[in-house]
Design a protein. Structure first.
Length: 314
């Protein structure tokens, strides 16, 4: 039996350890078990509401459950929760009684058991992987790191074009189902104008944007927008069109009098921010922004603004 880390998963463990260098920390493993090998594809951080102390650590369970569901949807292969890791103080590379209970719970999730990895800094970084068989039997196992050691199908992420086709088809079906020959009750402009004063305006220069960095992060960009795209199509019943081009993502909607409104989203790697353009201005975006701001929005109270809203072209 052996553990193989993807480059990304191993880096995630190292990065999380360095960030919480003064305390215990940990994370969750997503991957699969094949022919005696545990393939760790993703290592999820423990979450913002975790408890980090010098000799104690506790996961933010709601956060990790949320991220497990999100990340698993991005891969073609069926990834599952296969184990966890956490750091121990000093050279202590065995499990505490509290660890035993946690490991036992993970082990019973699968007939193959689970993986539990300990990290120590004594004084150099080292990890000790264990296989945990249910109810509670530990076996030390070896590990390797490298994408070249992992079957390509396990690392293959979903095709962006397929995801966009699904979104657009779903949006169109949602619109048709809502009304056959009727126009939608709302359009994009009215919704956006209703929350415009609540948006955080930012200044963006051409020097801030790198095409190469945007291309590298386009999967992250569309993943960040999925909740709001679903909100607009499912809750607000808008027939949105979604396009990606040169690292930018565009949401467009044909509203009243066939006027098309477009807003563009880009990831600014230098600032680690997602920015979107609406009209002549740029605004800061966080996942779920529109759904949160429009939760109590009443379109009757908003003056409708017709005409084409000019977006910043990239």
């Amino acid at each position: 039996m052996q553990v193989i880390f993807s480059n990304r998963a191993y880096l995630a463990v190292v990065t999380e350890t360095s960030e919480k260098i003064k305390t215990e920390t940990g994370g969750i493993f997503l991957g699969c078990y094949e022919n005696g090998i545990w393939y760790i594809i993703e290592a999820i951080d423990p979450g913002p509401n975790s408890v980090f102390q010098a000799a104690y650590f506790e996961y933010d369970q709601k956060y990790t459950e949320h991220l497990i569901n999100k990340l698993s949807l991005m891969y073609n292969a069926k990834l599952s929760l296969i184990g966890l890791w956490h750091r121990h103080p000093g050279s202590f590379d065995e499990f505490s009684s509290t660890d035993d209970g946690t490991n036992s719970n993970y082990a019973k999730l699968s007939a193959n058991g689970a993986i539990s990895v300990l990290v120590n800094i004594d004084p150099m970084f080292r990890i000790t992987p264990y296989h945990v068989a249910w109810p509670l039997k530990y076996s030390k196992i070896t590990y390797k790191v490298g994408d070249d050691l992992i079957p390509k199908n396990l690392l293959q992420m979903k095709n962006i074009e397929q995801s966009l086709d699904y979104i657009n088809n779903y949006a169109n079906k949602s619109y048709i189902r809502t009304s056959s020959n009727e126009k939608p009750q709302l359009d994009f402009v009215r919704l956006l104008d209703g929350i415009k004063e609540k948006l955080q305006r930012v200044t963006l220069s051409k020097d801030d944007f790198s095409m190469d960095e945007a291309e590298k992060n386009r999967d992250f960009l569309i993943e960040s927008l999925l909740d709001d795209i679903s909100y607009f199509t499912e809750i607000r019943k808008l027939a949105l069109n979604v396009e990606q081009n040169k690292g930018a993502l565009c949401l467009s909607h044909k509203g009243t009098n066939n006027v098309v409104t477009r807003i563009y989203f880009i990831y600014i790697a230098q600032k680690k921010q997602i920015i979107f353009t609406y009209g002549d201005d740029c605004y800061l975006y966080n996942s779920g922004l529109f759904e949160n701001l429009l939760a109590d929005f009443n379109p009757v109270d908003v003056t409708f603004k017709s005409g084409l809203m000019r977006a910043l072209g990239l």
